[in-house]
Design a protein around this ligand. Sequence first.
Ligand code: FEO
Length: 399
Amino acid sequence: MNFLKLTDRIYSIGVLNPNARVADVIMEVKYGTSYNSYVVLGSEKTAIVETVHLKNFDEYLENITGVIGDKKIDYIILNHTEPDHSGSLKLLKEKYPEAEILASSAGATYIKNIANIDLGVRVVKNGESISLGDLSLEFISAPFLHWPDTMFTYCKEEKVAFTCDFLGAHFCEPKMLSNKIGYMEGYLYYLEYYYKCIFGPFRTFVQQGLAKLAPLETKLICNSHGPILVGDDIDKVKALYQQWSADVKKEVKDVTIVYGTAYGCTKEIALTLETAIKDELGDKVKVAMFEINIDSPETMANSLNHCDGFLLGSPTINREAVPQMWELIGQLDAVNTKNKLVSGFGSYGWSGEAVPNMMERLRALKCRMFREGLKVCFVPSEDELKTVYEYGREYAKEL
Ligand code: FEO
């Protein structure tokens, strides 16, 4: 049993998963994570905020009963319905059938498709409140933080905001309060990593979320992963989110070129494109060049996701772009690609499918497509390099 009294009437009842090393399939979590959940004890009614991962249900139930004994639960509030928070919902509802589940409209739809039975979810709207007797809970719509379903829940009497993933981190220590963190450097690293992975694509929604929290007096931010934010740490973490989500006006355009090369031909095209772009834009552009099987995948993905435009180069092997290129394309931030000017290039020997295949995928991601991709058969001739150079200059003009 592992629960923690946060205020006279609010307890943390989540579970720790210090052994987790991956979250949501793609995120490395070197120091584990937690699935945070809370119980709010009003004078008349009791509410649970979020549930936990299904795998942790038994421990979770022990935590709940450790706090409420044999009392009933009146409400289960889901601020966000991803299965790390809704996974135990069905079992919890079986255990407490009288509990009414509250979620946003999108959340209600997702719960239906996650539970695959009708759990009788009540949709709550932005600004709506419920009374627990001497405590109230207000719902604040906060979509795309990071799913369309997201909302915050606020208890004004206790000055506590429940923000689900927002302001959280995949980080686990025995004492899950921000003022008790032992390894602060690790926490700060994973706070930012989590922000980039989860909220990076939703910069404007992050700003809106911060604006919605700003007027609320809060002494605790009860998030859904990692340490609960206490006191001054609330403003510190909010300031970091403000900084990371700021709309920075750029004087200089950033272009990223990533290429794979078997015998140096695609590399020669890449270098010619780089020269052309720099010749056209001078000090108004920075070009970052990466060779796909030399540079770190994380660095390349980060560069692609923060540039103004990119060019991807691959030779054709087995009628396809090289596998490392597909792995990299899989890491593109699909929300913000539409603003980036992109194209593909590559040397080929027989059929040259790599370039059109990459272009098709970039088109599906709704990137700003620059013309058709650029293909060169085997070793680029002097004339072909002139064509490549002109292509690069035209790309730069359109950037
Ligand atoms: Fe922690 Fe978006 O789930």
